[in-house]
Ligand binder design. Structure first.
Ligand code: GDP
Length: 367
């Protein structure tokens, strides 16, 4: 019966069941006179924000609220999972407010990729999604790369307004904001948290010099991200930690590659040719004959083909097949949240199998 208790920091309803979700506080803390949620607690005591997931409804409430403000919106995406971490509809909800786009995790991209080319690609991709950002930046929040420059640019673009930072879970939003906090406050004083008018949502405000704030919104859960279908421990396997080392496969027609047991790539026709896989270095790739592939999966998903883990097999969505004819050279087949396969020359017929609910798409090659 902790339903009535709200966080004295941000006003969110307190719950004691799910640490990753909004409003969590440990049961023991309820005995205190003033209860704060874990997110506010961390911010107050460690000057660190912690990301929590937000339901679609809550997201809509926040995002509708932002449209009514006069603010700068900073939208963060994961450069390694650009489409999977995109927030559809942001342009509508931003209203007249300008948006700055930040591609995080630049450290994962192979060194051979020119940063400028990547930025141009992000601009084009945004435009295709209906968003024309005022500016685009590439950063590595984890490595602290390009953070100072981006913080300075945000400060210019905001022109004395508040800044709202939005992004779906796992893009590195907390890591980014924690970097920014260090930039703007130095070793400075504790950050305040506050209520989002009209709602009880966990919104955190980081005061800026002119009395305005940098406002962190909780991460939005993007349901078709691969991350939601794997065990937390396996998230470490599929999420690249270091610069991706491309793996080149010479395939004959009728050969299949398994990416762990999470996805599958069939080469159907087009003569012997090479494919380049950009996946986490830790994710194992198994090559097999197409004609044996389904049987192999039936027998060995969860063991040879892992992740998923054996105990997760029952809950793991079935793989859904998507067939593509590659019409242009240098086309990427993107397995959302996992990586991509580059088809170097035109004229191949391929099939991609991904867990039901996870997206697969074609794009002009990034690299
Ligand atoms: P949030 O859910 O958006 O707040 O994301 P987090 O800040 O919790 O980060 C999600 C995951 O991405 C964590 O495993 C981080 O270590 C990782 N991460 C964050 N920033 C970077 C980055 O710049 N590069 C890389 N390689 N990983 C990052």
């Amino acid at each position: 019966s902790d339903q009535q208790i709200v966080c004295t920091g941000c006003g969110v309803k307190i719950q004691t069941e799910t640490p990753d979700e909004l409003g969590y506080a440990p049961q023991s803390s309820l005995e205190k006179e003033s209860v704060v949620c874990q997110r506010c607690f961390r911010l107050k005591h460690y000057n660190e924000v912690q990301d929590v997931g937000l339901t679609d409804d809550d997201f809509l409430k926040i995002i509708n609220g932002i449209g009514e403000k006069d603010a700068l919106i900073v939208k963060i995406v994961d450069i390694f999972d650009f489409n999977g971490s995109w927030l559809p509809g942001i342009q509508r909800f931003a209203g007249k407010n300008p948006v700055i786009l930040i591609g995080n995790k630049a450290d994962l991209v192979p060194k051979s990729v020119k940063q400028n080319k990547l930025i141009e690609w992000m601009k084009k991709e945004s435009k295709d999604q209906g968003l024309v950002p005022q500016d685009v930046f590439l950063v590595s929040a984890a490595k602290g790369k390009n953070i100072r420059e981006t913080a300075a640019a945000i400060d210019q673009y905001r022109k004395g307004r508040d800044v709202y930072v939005v992004g779906c879970t796992n893009v590195g939003k907390s890591t980014f904001i924690n970097r920014i906090i260090k930039e703007v406050t130095g070793e400075g004083d504790v950050i305040t948290t506050s209520h989002f008018p009209g709602t009880t949502l966990d919104i955190i405000q980081i005061p800026l010099e002119d009395g305005k704030s940098l406002i962190d919104t909780p991460g939005i859960i993007n349901h078709h991200q691969m991350a939601h279908y794997v065990d937390k421990r396996d998230l470490k396997v599929i999420t690249p930690k270091k610069e991706i080392k491309p793996k080149i496969y010479q395939l004959n027609e009728g050969q299949t590659l398994f990416f762990g047991g999470l996805s599958r790539f069939d080469y159907l026709s087009g003569g012997r040719r090479s494919f380049t896989c950009y996946l986490s270095n830790e994710l194992e790739i198994h090559r097999t004959k197409l004609e044996n592939a389904s049987e192999l999966y039936e027998k060995h998903a969860g063991e040879l083909l892992t992740p998923p883990r054996p105990e997760q097999l029952d809950a793991f969505p079935k793989l859904v097949r998507h067939e593509f004819s590659i019409k242009e050279a240098k086309t990427d087949i993107v397995f959302s949240g996992l990586g991509w396969v580059t088809v170097n020359e035109a004229g191949a017929k391929v099939a991609a199998h991904v867990p039901e609910g996870v997206h697969v798409l074609l794009r002009k090659s990034l690299i």
